[in-house]
Ligand binder design. Structure first.
Ligand SMILES: Cc1ncc(COP(=O)(O)O)c(C=O)c1O
Length: 368
């Protein structure tokens, strides 16, 4: 059996450190925010190339508060990709604004900057690129368009901790960067968690208040806020795990390299790392025209796979918008039918990768 991810294997590899960190929180009894969260905020912001980090209770909350801090609200439009987890669009909706979709570049699965300008209207407030699967969107043209049209750029880096674009870490390239620490992410908490990273101290101050009931100080509520605080336990665990992230990221990249080499020139074809990016392989995706058959054949051989995402956001019942119909985003819609993700986590062994690839070759050559 080769699982899709193996959170237990990772816990066992750092058990002593994690258990000690949890004990510190129990002794201090700072269960919500507190010292461990504050230290983690500083450490993770620095790691991501930003000046400020504000810990929140999920990546969705990070996106919601980043949008609010940027002044996005009812009647506004935010340009984003339909090929993402629904949280990206949901967070835009929470502010009262409307997501306006732009198709992806098929090679990277990320928003195509060349299509952005045509989607800008006088209601557009922000561009929200998603660094899907762990690879940065093409940020330079996005920033250039945003500057010309006076738009805020909010990065959805929920899948892309430690990813780089032209040598810069994602999350601090745009005006605000949003991360998720959901357990299966490259840096995962043992529960929910998220963070906004920014170099802008006004945004940081506002988000710090918004996540904690809009309080300037205790019981002085200057903004209508939220209970989006990060728990002390998660801060302590994430501090431990951050110390291992670089090693884990390199392990993911080595696994991807092995997959690439073994899959070269064959079907299904593998996802690409673009030359000016550091892909962190949250997801290792392949494309196949017979996804259902291939997934079933791998399952029979004890190999778990995933389908991120089978239905693009503009075709999800909950996010339907009469402006966006089936057929509007051909690259997104095709990817949603073809993408299959293979087992990918730092603790994966080389012989497991070899087993996956052998099974893929057998299954794709008809040996089901
Ligand atoms: C691209 C993307 N955006 C946003 C989110 C939301 O993060 P969370 O689950 O922590 O709310 C996720 C995580 O699932 C994601 O993958």
């Amino acid at each position: 059996m080769i699982p899709f991810v193996d959170l237990k294997a990772q816990y066992h590899s750092i058990k002593d450190e994690v258990d000690a960190a949890i004990a510190v929180v129990l002794e201090s009894s700072q269960f919500v925010l507190g010292e461990q969260v504050a230290k983690f905020e500083d450490e993770f912001a620095a790691y991501s190339g930003g000046r400020h980090g504000i810990g929140v209770n999920s990546g969705t909350s990070a996106l919601h508060l980043a949008l609010l801090a940027a002044g996005v609200g009812a009647g506004d439009e935010v340009i984003t990709t339909p090929f993402t987890f629904v949280a990206t669009a949901a967070a835009i909706g929470y502010t009262g604004a409307r997501p306006v979709y732009v198709d992806i570049e098929p090679r990277s699965f990320n928003i195509d900057p060349q299509l952005i300008e045509a989607a800008i209207t006088d209601r557009t407030k922000a561009i929200l690129p998603v660094h899907l699967y762990g690879q940065s969107a093409d940020m330079d043209p996005i920033l250039e368009i945003a500057r010309r049209h006076n738009l805020v750029v909010i990065e959805d880096a929920c899948q892309a901790h430690a990813a780089e674009y032209k040598g810069r870490r994602v999350g601090s390239i745009g005006d605000l960067g949003c991360f998720s620490f959901y357990p299966g992410k490259n840096l995962g908490a043992y529960g929910e968690g998220g963070m906004v990273v920014t170099n802008n101290s006004d945004y940081a101050e506002k988000i710090r208040m918004l996540r904690d009931w809009g309080q300037e100080r205790r019981y002085h509520h200057v903004l209508p806020g939220y209970n989006y605080r990060l728990e002390g336990m998660q801060g302590a665990i994430l501090r431990v795990k951050l110390r291992h992230l670089e090693r884990w990221t390199e392990a993911r990249r080595a696994h991807a390299c092995r997959y690439h080499t073994l899959l070269a020139g064959s079907r299904p074809c593998a996802s690409e790392e673009l030359h000016d990016r550091r892909h962190v392989y949250h997801i290792y995706a392949v494309r196949t025209s017979d996804r259902t058959g291939l997934q079933a054949a791998l399952q029979t051989r004890g190999i778990q796979t995933g389908i991120p995402y089978p239905i693009p956001v503009h075709l999800q019942a909950a996010y339907a918008d009469p402006q966006f119909l089936q057929g509007d985003f051909p690259h997104t819609e095709r990817a949603s039918l073809e993408v299959l993700s293979l087992p990918m986590y730092p603790e994966l062994a080389n012989d497991q990768i070899d087993t996956v690839v052998t099974a893929l070759h057998e299954a794709s050559s008809g040996g089901r």
